[in-house]
Design a protein around this ligand. Structure first.
Ligand code: GAL
Length: 429
């Protein structure tokens, strides 16, 4: 196995590095596995403790499905995947893609389809009857114009507030998801008055603060208006969105000062270690905290992000294969089939903190948190994440990510709103 590449956004943008990566990839022989035979090269951004363990579940299952298979793990570190996607873009550009890569469905998938980069796997879907084994929304998210281009391995929830029970109790605070954002902010101020940092944040990779802001926007607008933001029928200049931006700036002011130097997993572990009271993060944090030996209910607890109504912020993970220059087609096909095995989905979820995408996967062995997430996914309004490029076009998601970076760097709320309103009219047609 190759050790995961570490690429900073700035370095990845440098033409020299991209050029050398591409050249390196192009020079690889077609069947470069240790066995000299069956190989599968996989790109993902799963490099944290829990992510790497969850990926191991998948590669072990693929190896049992294909005896003699050798795995080339081309993971690129950086939570949320911006670095991995940059490295992948260089590989695609050079005509030397990996055999399969991790991606989010819907908006992010569509960019690869529009670029002619991803293989149509509709035949595999119909041969295996997969559509009938998935919630309708999940199956649809894997399609573009009626054709399937990816397969889902799991469903994450983005808007979860992870909490430290001892710190909350010490401040005499109970987070009530139904009490809304104003009450949350009052609680955080109360914690601050006890001398403890209220919020742990690790936004070295900007998705972490983009996800905090999106949770606040959803909390203030509710699910329906969140969806309307992406059909340009509800404005990023609406009072509820501006309120969420004010909340965001207030909450950022209550976070650890070194947040831009920490990764998402470091921030989550700091919360469980009592360095702060709460951490907003997708439920991959559940997998990571358990991987670090933290006990649910004791070292950490959770609450749905407080808001005007309960919302499930859906972040899907899946894998696709390239439309051209696929080096190992049989192995890639076996990989996609392995991912859709219900037992594999359950075993993966146990490490990852997600829930299986398949409705027939047995989740009885999963944690109490995951049982609750699975129940919520069926019963509360489900929306898709912007911070993870799922709800709309990749271009608009990039505009949002850049606007969050500017805001974090001291940019004004007015500048954020104006960039987003402008993008709504020019990019969401
Ligand atoms: C998300 C992905 C998760 C998790 C997270 C942090 O984009 O859906 O599986 O890996 O990034 O890296």
């Amino acid at each position: 196995m190759r050790s995961p590449l570490k690429i900073t956004a700035a370095a990845a943008a440098s033409a020299a590095l991209v050029g050398s990566l591409a050249a390196c990839a192009a020079n690889e022989p077609a069947n470069s596995g240790a066995s000299g035979g069956k190989t599968l090269e996989i790109t993902s951004w799963w490099t944290s403790g829990s992510e790497a363990d969850a990926l191991d579940v998948l590669t072990a299952a693929a190896k049992s499905a294909v005896p003699g298979l050798s795995i080339d793990n081309a993971a690129v570190s950086g939570g949320g995947g911006a670095n991995a996607r940059q490295a992948l873009a260089a590989r695609l550009q050079a005509g030397s893609p990996p055999d399969t890569w991790q991606l989010h469905p819907a908006g992010q998938l569509k960019a690869y389809v529009d670029g002619g980069q991803v293989a149509d796997v509709s035949q595999l879907w119909s041969d295996n009857g997969w559509a009938s084994k998935l919630p309708k929304d999940v199956a649809e998210a894997q399609q573009v114009n009626g054709k399937y281009y990816t397969v889902p391995i799991g469903v994450h929830r983005g808007n979860v507030l992870w909490t430290n029970p001892a710190v909350l109790s010490n401040a005499g605070v109970t987070i009530d998801p139904k009490a809304g954002v104003d009450s949350l902010i009052t609680d955080l101020k109360k914690i601050q008055s006890t001398g403890t940092t209220p919020v742990c944040l690790g936004d070295k990779d900007v998705f972490a603060s983009a996800e905090l802001l999106e949770s606040l926007i959803m909390a203030r607008t509710g699910a329906d208006n969140w969806k309307k933001l992406f059909t340009n029928s509800y404005s990023f200049g609406a009072p509820e969105v501006k309120q969420a931006l004010n909340d965001y700036v207030t909450i950022l002011g209550m976070a650890n000062k070194d947040h831009s130097a920490l990764t998402w997993d470091e921030a989550a572990k700091n919360m469980a270690d009592g360095k702060c009271a709460v951490n907003l993060m997708g439920d991959w944090a559940f997998g990571e905290l358990r991987n670090a030996g933290k006990q649910p209910g004791k070292d950490f607890a959770w609450a749905t992000f407080p808001g005007k109504e309960e919302v499930f912020d859906y972040v899907g993970d899946g894998f696709s294969t390239p439309a051209s220059n696929l080096k190992h087609p049989d192995e890639a096909k076996a990989w996609l089939k392995t991912l859709m095995d219900p037992k594999v989905q359950t075993d993966f979820a146990a490490k990852k903190g997600s829930i299986p995408a398949r409705t027939d996967a047995d989740i009885s062995s999963l944690s109490q948190y995951q049982q609750q997430a699975a129940a919520a996914f069926k019963s509360v309004p489900v929306v898709s994440s912007l911070a993870h490029g799922q709800v709309t076009t990749a271009e608009f998601a990039q505009t949002y990510s850049d606007a969050v970076t500017a805001l974090n760097g001291g940019g004004s709320i007015d500048a954020f709103v104006s960039a987003m309103v402008q993008a709504q009219s020019s990019q969401l047609k």
